[in-house]
Write a protein that binds this ligand. Structure first.
Ligand SMILES: NC(=O)c1ccc[n+]([C@@H]2O[C@H](COP(=O)([O-])OP(=O)(O)OC[C@H]3O[C@@H](n4cnc5c(N)ncnc54)[C@H](O)[C@@H]3O)[C@@H](O)[C@H]2O)c1
Ligand SMILES: CC(C)(O)[C@@H](O)C(=O)O
Ligand SMILES: [Mg+2]
Ligand SMILES: [Mg+2]
Length: 347
């Protein structure tokens, strides 16, 4: 583990330099890695591991997604199977169904978890909320997670571009004494940037907070609030969208990603600097109580409960589509569609 100073706090993390791909391959050379589920993380992780030279198979029920796996080069009967067949062949079972579907499929998965196999997750959800999910792994299997901190789509794209998305890893159960090295090897294999250690509980509480917070929920809320204020004051959709979203995603955030926020502040006008310096604290103070409310709700298990209950409904997809439609058909995001269509690189 490399000791790195993160803003004054020392953490031990795993980098690709100290844990090279060759080492990961050697650790997993006798394993058959069965990726169960080919939704968002399934393709990213399985394709990266395949391209990294690991022995990977995919287990996916028949349908559109199975066909996508075929078009991605997985070969039926050789590297692509129905779920139960893959579960039987796999020695490391990567449980990458949606968290709600994992509950339904758990009794099937459990049947194939014979002694010495490994159960791999990309979220701490299933075992942390075992009272609601019923996911209690047998004592004689290794249980660990690697949770890429981003979408499976970016995991793949960044891998293809020679970059790496950071991931956390955690050990829940070490039956063979090798769970830790296997977890890290999987983390390197799926194409992670650096790996930081956590536990299943902390992974799920931080992840549920982040996606409801700044990563998606909060940012959409702040976008909507500013857009509405600009529109109410007579600004055109084009002006309101560019000043709220397009400039952020196209211009400023890539620069913040490269150089940090102080650099961004230092490299805009003195006028913007002064205003942004004066206003970030009021925004922090206004939103912090909402973040506290969110974290407490996650901690109390309410957010997990809502996810399980809502996402297990038979009409989940239709209801989801209605809610997404509300976003898609809002003036702000319709303006966004128009703005994106005008990007020069699209022509
Ligand atoms: N989406 C992401 O980018 C992301 C990022 C980090 C971690 N994760 C975690 O990774 C895991 C997988 O998430 P995902 O978003 O890739 O999943 P997903 O929602 O895309 O679904 C994955 C697969 O589940 C299958 N499936 C759904 N219901 C099923 C059922 N009843 N029986 C059999 N198969 C069924 C689908 O066919 C699909 O292939 C979850 O634990 C999630 O929290 C996801
Ligand atoms: C990509 C996210 C939001 O980070 C992930 O946590 C998810 O659940 O999809
Ligand atoms: Mg998540
Ligand atoms: Mg996440």
């Amino acid at each position: 583990m490399a000791k790195i100073n993160f803003g004054g706090v020392e953490e031990e993390v795993v980098t690709r330099e100290e844990f090279p791909l060759e080492k990961a391959r050697e650790i997993l050379q006798d394993e058959v890695i069965a990726v169960i589920g080919y939704g968002v993380q399934g393709p990213g992780q399985s394709l990266n591991m395949r391209d990294n030279g690991f022995n990977v198979i995919v287990g996916q029920r028949k349908g559109k997604t199975y066909d996508k796996a075929v078009s991605d080069g997985w070969v039926p009967g050789e590297t692509l199977f129905e779920i139960e067949e893959a579960l039987e062949k796999g020695t490391i079972i990567c449980f990458l169904l949606s968290d709600a579907a994992q509950i339904e499929l758990w009794p099937t998965v459990k049947k194939y978890l014979t002694a010495g196999k490994s159960l791999y997750f990309s979220h701490g959800f299933g075992v942390t909320y075992k009272d609601q999910t019923g996911i209690v792994p047998p004592a004689d299997v290794d249980v660990f997670l690697v949770a890429p901190k981003g979408s499976g789509t970016s995991l793949r794209r960044m891998f293809v571009e020679g970059k790496g998305l950071n991931s956390s890893f955690a050990i829940y159960q070490d039956a063979t004494g090798k769970a830790r090295e296997k977890a890290i090897a999987m983390g390197i294999g799926v194409g992670s940037g650096y790996l930081f250690e956590t536990n299943f509980y902390k992974e799920v509480t931080s992840d549920l907070t982040g996606e409801r917070g700044t990563l998606m929920g909060a940012i959409q809320g702040i976008f909507a609030a500013q857009y509405e204020v600009l529109r109410a004051n007579g600004h055109s959709p084009s002006e309101a969208f560019n000043e709220t979203v397009e400039e952020l995603t196209q211009s400023l955030m890539p620069l913040v990603a490269e150089n940090g926020m102080d650099w961004m502040y230092a490299n805009c006008s003195t006028t913007a600097q002064r205003g942004a310096l004066d206003w970030w604290k009021p925004f922090r103070d206004a939103t912090k109580p909402v973040f506290e409310q969110l974290y407490n709700s996650v901690k109390a298990g309410e957010q997990a409960n809502i996810s399980i209950t809502r996402n297990s409904q038979p009409d989940y997809r239709e209801k989801l589509e209605e809610e997404l439609k509300e976003l898609r058909e809002s003036e702000m995001w319709r303006a966004g569609t128009a703005v994106r269509s005008l990007r020069p690189e699209r022509n």
